[in-house]
Design a protein. Structure first.
Length: 437
């Protein structure tokens, strides 16, 4: 079997901090995004790959055991005797796919209360635990969550550099910092559609052609439906989930409309709404909330819908790079989701948390992505698939700037061009590759 490719994950410093502070740390994110690889390569002695320049901690802090509940024997044993199972665990251990054994949650709580040592348990799960009351209630006050996304383009670019990647640098730091300098970069052109279709899941990126990557994504959806969905919920119409996800892919980067999603199916709107929530629990869908301000009264209060990864979206819609490049409408939608997910991934490892929303008023003036760092700084990003930028493209950012007042830092129109250009008063046109270069 070929050696698995390892990518430096810039969330790792946040994980290390969490383990110094909390007895239980959960790494959660979609299946196959790299949770197990990160935990094993950083903390299991037989897997550790980074040198001291990357992981600045002692060897005895990387001595975790590892158990996966994808293993039926381990899963059945933990379910049969949760207390005995936990009592026999190593002093420090990684418990993978923890959502499959909810019986362990109250026992882990008792164990932590008896021996409240930081970094005792690393849990990994492919379900959003904020939507799993049994886990969040059992470990309230004892659990810190680290969200892992599929690979960002910044992480992929960092792998080819000699120096260790710096999570304190990059586009988000400039967006909330001193802005962007005039400069040139190479236009992506046809490469843009290729990046969107590739997505960010490591196993898909390991495949050499877009067709084979798309095959992986389609198999991924089938596996999730047949395995994880069955474990999470008893639903009558499993066959509805893939076409529902496909319908959502066609609406990515649009305002969420449950009636439109439910229209093709012979199921009620509330039932389709429950299925949408289930897909959110698996990190396949995300609703981006609307931004609000007391200074503006005519804001649209509907969230936007985004797929969790554009590679998944393109595969569900049977679009390769050439077909996507030819369909300018869908290219614009998937590009907005691509940029949003890249920013979400970069935002996850920032020192100060970043919250995301979108801005739209009833006149149709909008900003695709609004980012808030803490309570004191706001920035906006508008996304264009074209190679030109006009002054009118900044109308939404100007309105956001007026509403945000002193909290506004920068506004950017990302476009498929070559030159970073200031448009006055903290507004910039910036080429898309600047997201990761």
């Amino acid at each position: 079997m070929p050696e698995q490719t390892f990518y430096p994950r810039l969330i790792e410093p946040r994980l290390a901090e969490a383990l110094e502070d909390s007895p239980v740390v959960l790494i959660h994110g979609p299946r196959q995004c790299g949770k197990t690889t990160l935990a094993q390569y950083a903390y299991v002695p037989s897997h550790c790959r980074w040198g001291d320049d990357r992981l600045r901690r002692e060897e005895d802090q990387r001595d975790y055991g590892y158990i996966s509940f994808d293993d039926a024997v381990a899963r059945d044993g933990a379910r049969a005797d949760p207390a005995g199972f936990v009592a026999d665990l190593p002093e420090r251990v990684i418990l993978d796919e923890i959502q499959l054994v909810p019986e362990l949650f109250p026992v882990l709580k008792l164990e932590v209360d008896r021996n409240r040592v930081p970094g005792r348990f690393i849990l990994a799960g492919s379900t959003n635990v904020l939507l799993l009351p049994a886990l969040s209630e059992s470990l309230a006050g004892r659990l810190q969550i680290v969200r892992l996304h599929p690979l960002s383009r910044y992480e992929l670019a960092s792998r080819s550099t000699v120096a260790a990647p710096n999570p304190g640098r990059g586009f988000v730091a400039d967006l909330f910092g001193e802005g962007f300098k005039i400069g040139q970069t190479r236009r992506l052109g046809s490469r843009l559609a290729e990046l969107i279709v590739a997505g960010g899941f490591p196993p898909a990126l390991a495949r050499p052609t877009p067709r084979r990557q798309a095959n992986w994504y389609r198999d991924y959806v089938e596996t999730l439906v047949q395995r994880d969905v069955r474990d999470l919920a008893r639903i009558r119409s499993l066959e509805t989930l893939p076409p529902l996800l496909r319908a959502a892919a066609s609406q990515t980067a649009r305002l969420f409309n449950l009636a439109d999603l439910a229209a093709p199916f012979q199921l009620s709107r509330p039932t389709i709404g429950e299925y949408v929530t289930l897909l959110e629990r698996l990190f396949l869908l995300e609703r981006l909330p609307p931004w609000h301000s007391n200074r503006l009264s005519r804001l649209v209060k509907t969230p936007k819908l985004h797929l969790g990864d554009t590679g998944l979206s393109a595969a569900l819609l049977n679009f390769g790079p050439a077909q996507l490049a030819a369909d300018r409408s869908l290219l614009g939608q998937l590009l907005e989701t691509f940029v949003f997910q890249e920013l979400r991934r970069q935002g996850s490892w920032q020192e100060v948390p970043v919250e995301f929303s979108h801005f739209r008023d009833r006149d149709g003036v909008e900003v695709d992505i609004v980012m808030e760092q803490g309570s004191h700084a706001i920035a906006g990003v508008e996304v264009k698939a074209s190679a030109t930028v006009r002054r009118s493209d900044f109308n939404g950012l100007r309105k956001l700037r007026g509403a945000a007042g002193d909290r506004f830092r920068q506004g950017v129109v990302l476009y498929d061009g070559e030159t970073t250009v200031p448009f006055g008063d903290g507004l910039y046109a910036v080429p898309i590759p600047r997201l990761w270069e």
